[in-house]
Design a protein around this ligand. Sequence first.
Ligand code: RB5
Length: 143
Amino acid sequence: MNILIANDHGAVDLKKRIELWLSQKGHTVRNLGVDSEERVDYPDIARMAVQEFKQGGFDFGILLCGTGIGISIAANRQPGIRCALVHDSFTALMAKEHNNANFIALGGRVQYRERPEDLLEVFMNARFQGGRHEERVEKIDKL
Ligand code: RB5
């Protein structure tokens, strides 16, 4: 897969860990995040990531900040973006099957019960179920 990843200073270690994991699995990763702990503003990171995503060619994007909250809110303000802030493998599965999320968000300062890699694996292996979910996603896009 071709995956875009972006992060603020609150998720540098998590970004590096995910980027390495994805690369080792043979995926192409475009890193638009920061690699130092110097403070940046997550809305700027979200805007840059979405602009790049909209150029096309990406299967999905990963957005990371301290909690995943701010960067997912900022991403979701932008038309066409469905960024799912997931917590476990169930929400990661639903994010794809029901919401057809095109971005997934995680927090670098969050203690997850499962490995973030496992949540991503679930998301990447899932398929959008369409049907009634398609109609709902279309309604989101019209809001
Ligand atoms: C940065 O300190 C922090 O606020 C940010 O990474 C994120 O957690 C915001 O939602």
